[in-house]
Design a protein. Sequence first.
Lengths: 203, 195
Amino acid sequence: MDKIDKKLLAEKTDEELILEFQKTNSIEIYNELVKRYKDPLMNFIFKFVGSRDLAEDILQETFFRLYRNKDYYTTVAKFSTWIYTIAANLAKTELRRRNRRAFFSIHGTNSKEEGEEISEYELPDDRYRPDIQTDSNIKSEIIQKALLKVKPIYRELIILRDIQELSYEEIAEITGLKIGTVKSRINRGRARLQELLKDIYYE
Amino acid sequence: MGTRNIEKLLTDLKNLPKQNAPEDFEAKLLQRISSYENARSSGEKSFNNYFRLFYNPVYVPAFTIIIVALVIVYTIQRNKIDIHSQVSIEKAIPIVQEAQSEVKEPQKISVPKKKDYVVKRTKMKLDLGPGINLDETEYSLNPGATNNQFINFPFPDEPVTIRIPPPEVIFRQELERTRIPNPNKDSIKLTNGRR
C-alpha cells in the first residue's frame, strides 16, 4: 500500500482512515487526517490559549501524539472527539504550566476570579477602548481577549460550542462531562463573557 | 442584557477570524516524525543486536523449565529442616548446655511487712426519718491492730432494732409535713378530669 489514491482517501471517513492507518502505518493516510484537522484544531487551540506560537506547538504535539499513539484509538469514539480531546488536554496542561510560571513572574495575572488567568503575556492596552474603536477587527480582538479572561473550564466549552459549532454530545464526549453539566457550564461561560463585554453589547 | 445581545454575541463568536495552521506545518510535523522514527529504529537496532546474542526462540521452553526447576530447588533447600542430622544435633548440644548453665537458683525476695489495719467501731445514731430508729456503728481504721484482731471482730451482742410505724401513721405524718398553710395562694388542685 505504498501508493494510495488521494481521491480514494478523501472519500473515506475519519474512522476508516485511522483504522487503516493503524494497520498499514501509511504516512499518506496520516497526512490526510492532518490535512482534515489541522485548521479546526489550530483555531480551537488558538482561541483557548491566546497565543499563536503556543497554539502551533500544541497543534504539532497533538498530531505527533496521534502518530505515536494511533493504536490507542478504538472505534467506540469518533475520531474527531478523540483528536479534540488530545488537543484540549494538551492545551489545558500547557496553560496550567504557564500559569504556575506566571505566578512567580512580574507580570502575574490580573484575574478577579479564581482560576481565571491571562493577560500573562501583555499589559492592559488603552488602544482597545470599546467606546472609541468600532472596527470589526478590533471588536474581534476584544472578544478574543474577553474570552481569555473566562475561566478555562467555561472557555473550552464556549469555543467548542459557539466557535467550533460541535454538538453537545460531542462536547460531552471530549470533555468527559455529562450533557447537563456541559449546557450549564456553557450558559455560565456565556454570562461571564457578556459581563466582560458589557461595553460592547449595551442595550 | 437582553436576548438580542446574546444572539449578537454568539454571531460575533462564530464570525471571529479563523486561525489556520501555518503553511509549513505539515513539513515540520513530518520532519519531527521522521526524526522520531530514526531515533526509535536506531535504538531498536542496538537493542536487537545485544538481544540476539542471548535470545534464541528455540531454547525458550527449555530455558524456562530450567529456571523454574532452579527456583523450586532453591526454595526447598532454603526451607528444609534436617531433624535427624548428626551435624545439627552436635551443633545444638553445646547451645543447650550453655543455656542450662545459665539457669540460676531462684532468689528469695524479702518483702517488707505491711502495716495491718483493723476496723474500730464507734457508736453513732442515724437519723432515718420519723418513726425509724436504727442503732448503727461507725467503722474506722486502727493502724496498730493485728490481723487476729481484725478477724476476731467484736460484733455487738445486742440485736439491732428497727421500728417502723404503721402505714396510716406514716401517711398522716407525711400529710402534716406537706400541708401548705394558705391553700388559696399556691395550691395543687387534684380534680377529676371528667365532668
